[in-house]
Design a protein. Structure first.
Length: 413
């Protein structure tokens, strides 16, 4: 075993130094591990689960899921090559690159969102690992990964997250990857791709957080003459509430609720149980979410440093997407019922369209999906799998099922 990899039976890290706190807060890393184990038992394919140790001794809890049938069917590579040959002939007019090879097995790496963990990908892991290795990990400061301190500066907190992702990649020896990020994970995946573009073959953003700029409040009468401006500046009471809430971490109330914390998750987020009810008929998922977020609020502190009033990013990613390489394929997915505004995707399309290189940016909405698109096993898994395939083929070749929602961006003159 590589020195960078530690067996899952290693001693779990403690969640803090407050000896009296666990007696009030019914959680521990052991309970989190137990809840996660119940979820991961649903996976049918081969699962490799380990702590990956970084140079600074922080540890990243990691899953690798591979297709079990791949070991049984020696003809798979030959069949894949026949498929590639057929694709080349079918799309010869599009000048597909001769180096195309589905057998390249570029891994798909998935980064969860705020307050999440590897368990939330449970409905996607088997399906997505049919054609390539799939990695999922708990972000630094979340889930079962190490919970170090984070700086209060937004750029430094972001850099700590991104550096940990790069060190994780180095420790595993991954040369290139298809990088998928959900919510906060989409923000960090984009930041990572900007800094390490040579390591990413395709960037997939699923309901990504932190892209739009915060709207500037307008005073009544500040618009053009004769126009009525209905947006008012926040009241003093509203400002006071915002100031008070800014003193606390986003999920502090779950921890402060002590033994009532798990019940609060069920009460305020009943959708977690509902979205996974065909897998678990009990409170497995809500217990998992609670234990993920009842630990020492490390990554939560890092996230708090990165956002301002009501969840807007202090460093909006839309201001930096132009730094992505012109040739980098970027795919953007939104849920039609999500609170994330999909219009930002159109802005990204416009910004990237100014590149002198032909780029395809996909901005599509998944019908009847909320912010947690990954809970929709059918739609989102098929979409991600199709997008992942595109990273091994010419980006101009869209599966017919998705073509109607894809937008082709031509270089501006």
């Amino acid at each position: 075993m590589s020195p960078a990899m530690k067996d899952e039976t290693d001693t779990e890290q403690t969640s803090g130094n407050w000896s009296w706190w666990p007696s009030w807060r019914p959680t521990s890393m052991t309970l989190l591990k137990s809840a996660e184990a119940k979820i991961l038992a649903y996976i049918q394919n081969d699962v490799w689960s380990r702590f990956v140790t970084l140079p600074n001794q922080n540890r990243i809890w990691t899953l690798k899921v591979t297709n079990k049938s791949a070991r049984k069917h020696k003809d798979e590579g030959r069949v894949s090559n026949l498929l590639v040959q057929w694709l080349r002939k079918s799309f010869a007019h599009l000048n597909m690159p001769p180096s195309l090879s589905i057998g390249a097995q570029t891994p798909l790496v998935m980064i969860h969102g705020f307050g999440g963990g590897v368990g939330l990908w449970i409905r996607n892991l088997d399906a997505l690992s049919r054609s390539r290795p799939v990695y999922a990990f708990d972000l630094l400061g979340f889930g079962r990964s190490s919970h170090p301190s984070f700086p209060s500066d937004a750029s430094l907190a972001e850099e700590q997250f991104v550096t940990s992702i790069e060190q994780w990649r180095q420790s595993l020896g991954l040369e290139r990857m298809i990088l998928l990020g959900h919510s906060l994970g989409g923000y960090l995946a984009t930041s990572y791709t900007i800094q390490y573009p040579e390591r990413v073959s395709h960037l997939i953003l699923v309901d990504a957080w932190g892209f739009p700029e915060r709207p500037q409040p307008q005073l009544e009468g500040s618009g053009d003459q004769g126009s009525e401006v209905k947006r008012l500046s926040p009241s003093r009471w509203g400002k006071a509430l915002t100031s008070v809430f800014s003193l606390f971490n986003p999920l502090a109330f779950f921890r402060a609720a002590g033994p009532w914390g798990p019940g609060l998750v069920n009460r305020f987020r009943p959708d977690f149980k509902r979205k996974f009810e065909n897998l678990f008929d009990d409170d497995t998922m809500t217990q998992y979410i609670y234990h993920c977020n009842a630990q020492n609020p490390s990554g939560e502190v890092g996230f708090k440093a990165m956002f301002e009033s009501m969840g807007w990013a202090k460093r909006p990613m839309v201001q930096r997407v132009h730094l992505l390489p012109p040739s980098m394929p970027v795919s953007i997915l939104y849920g039609t019922l999500s609170w994330v505004d999909p219009s930002t995707g159109k802005t990204v399309v416009q910004i990237r369209g100014k590149s002198p290189t032909s780029i395809t940016v996909r901005n599509e909405c998944v019908c009847n999906a909320g912010h947690f698109l990954n809970s929709l096993v059918g739609n989102i898994t098929n979409d991600i799998e199709s997008l992942a395939f595109l990273s091994t083929a010419d980006q101009r070749c869209f599966p017919s099922r998705l073509r109607r929602s894809a937008r082709r961006v031509q270089p501006s003159s």
